[in-house]
Design a protein around this ligand. Structure first.
Ligand SMILES: Nc1ncnc2c1ncn2[C@@H]1O[C@H](COP(=O)(O)OP(=O)(O)OP(=O)(O)O)[C@@H](O)[C@H]1O
Ligand code: NI
Length: 317
């Protein structure tokens, strides 16, 4: 059984302006030791998936489907049990996490707080665990007495990674871990993530809108469009042989890191509204391979053995 198993997950948010349909029948799993990427444009629902697994941002959320972690259903747990799982068994590097640390509280105190919430370690043990964690991400342990404002953005991101790994959780969820950083620091942080995940023998779900940077470290990738998984496969399948027109466009619009500056072709058009319920393919209006069947029949869903949610698959036969 996978370590994390998300099945038929749909999430709606009720608001004054109506119901937002944000996740639609999402199937996603992560095996032990795997690094899995979740890639899609801004607003496609990636952070919502992360927060639903972690059971945060649940105020106006309605969900259906189920989520299992280490062979236990976790989508209907009591708040207290879920708090115990978060931090101890599932570590999280939240989006914009560089700013998630309290800028004026010493690194040491923020690490101790997490340790105390889940263990009864002595002060000496807490000190040595904090030092080892900082060392692992390339931060001098002597700096544990400094405050976050005294570090650069890249260093703060390293500290957040150390904090998320502090209690050696079985799974790490890293949401856009490199987005706010410049290109060279991005490469360093993605490499660091892979190294620490391997060192700690944990699994990771890594979320990004940037297929190019993140794919380097992933074993498998899920492509999300408008709240739906539209394609899934191994890194090589997705990068070398993408089938869904959206995945092909994502790859074509990638930013070459090491080349001379070029004009990057974005994907034209805008994603569909979350307020509308779609009976056919959500990508249809932006797809240059659209055909009659796309206008009338919903494409197959990316569940079970179906790896691409597109009628085009049938056209190839
Ligand atoms: N509590 C909420 N109430 C209403 N709408 C919400 C709520 N949380 C998220 N949404 C909506 O869900 C959609 C998906 O948001 P989400 O943050 O999951 O996207 P994302 O893929 O992570 O985007 P980004 O790459 O910009 O981080 C957005 O349209 C957002 O406005
Ligand atoms: Ni997000």
């Amino acid at each position: 059984m996978p370590l994390l198993d998300v099945k038929e997950l749909s999430v709606n948010f009720s608001t004054k302006e109506g119901v937002h349909h944000v996740l639609k029948n999402v199937d996603l799993n992560i095996n032990k030791g795997e690094i899995v990427g979740l890639i899609g444009e801004s607003g496609s629902g990636k952070s919502t998936l992360a927060m639903t697994v972690l059971d945060i941002n649940s105020r106006n959320r309605e969900m259906s489907g189920n989520i299992s972690f280490m062979e236990e259903r976790i989508d209907n747990l009591k708040k207290e049990r879920m708090r115990n799982i978060r931090g101890k068994h599932i570590g999280s590097v939240p989006q914009s996490s560089m700013n998630a640390l309290d800028p004026l509280v010493k690194i040491r105190s923020q690490f101790f707080e997490t340790i105390k919430a889940h263990t009864d370690m002595s002060r000496q043990e807490m000190l040595s665990l904090t030092a080892r964690s900082l060392e692992m991400v390339g931060i001098d342990p002597l700096r544990m007495n400094s405050c976050p404002y005294e570090f650069s953005g890249g260093q703060r991101q390293r500290i957040m990674i150390a904090l998320s790994m502090l209690l050696s959780p079985e799974l790490i969820i890293a949401d856009e871990p490199t987005t706010a950083l410049d290109a060279t620091v991005q490469l360093k942080i993605t490499t660091l993530l892979k190294d620490v995940v391997q060192q700690k023998n944990t699994s990771m779900l890594v979320i990004s809108h940037d297929l190019h940077t993140i794919s380097r470290i992933c074993d498998r990738i899920y492509i999300m469009y408008a709240g739906r998984i539209v394609e899934t496969g191994t890194r090589d399948e997705i990068l070398n042989d993408p089938v869904h027109p959206y995945t092909q466009k994502l790859l074509a619009s990638r930013l070459p890191l090491m080349c001379e500056p070029v004009r990057v072709k974005g994907i034209s058009g805008t994603p569909p509204s979350t307020l509308k319920k779609y009976e056919v393919c959500e990508f249809m209006e932006r797809c240059d391979k659209v055909s009659d069947i796309c206008r009338t029949v919903r494409p197959p869903e990316c569940t079970g053995n179906v790896k691409v949610a597109c009628h085009m698959e049938c056209h190839l036969e």
